[in-house]
Write a protein that binds this ligand. Structure first.
Ligand SMILES: NC(=O)c1ccc[n+]([C@@H]2O[C@H](COP(=O)([O-])OP(=O)(O)OC[C@H]3O[C@@H](n4cnc5c(N)ncnc54)[C@H](O)[C@@H]3O)[C@@H](O)[C@H]2O)c1
Length: 339
């Protein structure tokens, strides 16, 4: 089956919250896909599903009404991912699970084993990998624009989203960064050292600072919090020839070129340094990342093994890095990550 084939894939959506409503909007206009049902015990509070008759209170009710389902999107609170993913695998339904893959590495392992046993195709919703600014940044790096890479740095800060109760900022938000640095740096994370804070009185951490290293030797750092009044999502890569900065909220990519050092310093101060050169802001086609993610998943379900989805193994790697970050913050030591 391809996107243009006459029989659309029968899709279900689990969770009609903040994220689910965006999935609903796109699923209802995605070529090759028909939204045939949705589940949310709280109903469709955002009015996201055009036909209210498609909304069910439980997964069992959805499966009873739809004996044939091709795919499901899991947009539930993180702690609900495991039981629902196991039930979908049992029912033979291919699934896209929102990030983070699960609440723990152990649960992520269970999901992976269940999908493998059932032979269902699955992917994780690390939507930043579909952001035009990060895709363009990665392409420029592979073309060698920066020369040697010295540092990958990310910042993901903003106000607290009231909805998140089950996990802290490390698993909810920093999993984006831990995935991005490994993807952009093209090497797994090999070690992390982290600090966390709890400032808002909730059971989990709301700020994390991570420094670490990729297996390639490139260092990285990430600053992630729910305490900042303004929202910023920024990835900065520093290299031999300058710096690339991707702003993923606006999908902008800028190259800051190193200038020539024409220092008037005398030879005793002859340190090798850089100066500011030209800056180039690239004009990018701004395709919606979530739509690109769902198109890739649709193609995977339709049989395209090369569809550019984020795999369960990649989702698990981000989760394993997140657990190492929490262990480092708790123990005050650098934690090595065995892959
Ligand atoms: N990719 C991203 O950038 C991104 C952004 C935000 C959230 N997320 C992820 O999406 C998931 C959902 O987050 P959200 O912000 O939409 O949360 P949310 O709380 O707004 O929505 C979750 C919805 O799931 C429903 N629900 C709870 N248990 C259920 C069950 N067993 N079956 C069906 N529905 C159930 C709730 O009633 C609620 O409406 C989380 O895993 C989160 O990490 C991803």
């Amino acid at each position: 089956m391809t996107a243009s084939s006459p029989t659309p894939l029968r899709a279900a959506l689990l969770g009609l919250g903040m994220m689910g409503r965006h999935h609903a909007r796109i699923l209802q206009s995605l070529a090759g896909v028909e939204l045939v049902g949705a589940v949310d015990p709280a109903g469709d509070r955002h009015g996201a599903v055009r036909d209210p008759a498609l909304v069910h209170p439980t997964l069992d009710a959805l499966l009873a009404a739809n004996p044939v389902l091709d795919l499901a999107i899991v947009a539930l609170p993180t702690e609900e991912h495991l039981p629902v993913a196991l039930a979908l695998a049992e029912a033979g339904v291919h699934m896209l699970i929102e990030k983070p893959l699960a609440a723990s590495v152990a649960e992520g392992d269970e999901i992976i084993a269940a999908c493998a046993r059932a032979g269902v195709r699955a992917a994780v919703g690390h939507v930043e990998r579909f952001n035009p600014a990060l895709l363009a940044l990665r392409e420029r790096l592979s073309e060698g624009l920066l020369g040697d890479v010295f540092l990958v740095a990310t910042e993901r800060v903003g106000p607290f989203p009231e909805r998140v109760r089950d996990v802290g900022v490390v698993k909810d938000l920093a999993t984006h960064d831990l995935d991005i640095v490994a993807w952009i740096g093209d090497a797994p994370i090999s070690s992390v050292a982290a600090q966390t804070s709890h400032r808002t009185g909730r059971p989990h951490e709301d700020l994390v600072l991570v420094t670490g290293r990729l297996a390639s030797g490139v260092p990285f750092n990430s600053v992630v919090d729910w305490l900042t009044p303004t929202k910023s999502r920024r990835t900065r890569v520093l290299g031999d020839r300058g710096m690339l900065v991707a702003e993923t909220v606006t999908a902008d990519l800028t190259f800051y070129e190193n200038g020539r050092v024409t220092s008037a310093w005398d030879s005793s101060q002859a340190l090798r340094g850089v100066s500011e050169g030209n800056a180039t802001r690239y004009a990018l086609a701004r395709a919606e990342p979530l739509r690109a993610e769902l198109e890739a998943f649709r193609d995977l379900v339709a049989g395209d093994d090369a569809a550019p989805v984020v795999t369960l193994a990649q989702g698990l790697a981000a989760l394993r890095s997140a657990e190492a970050v929490l262990a480092s913050a708790a123990g005050g030591e650098t934690v090595r990550i065995a892959r």
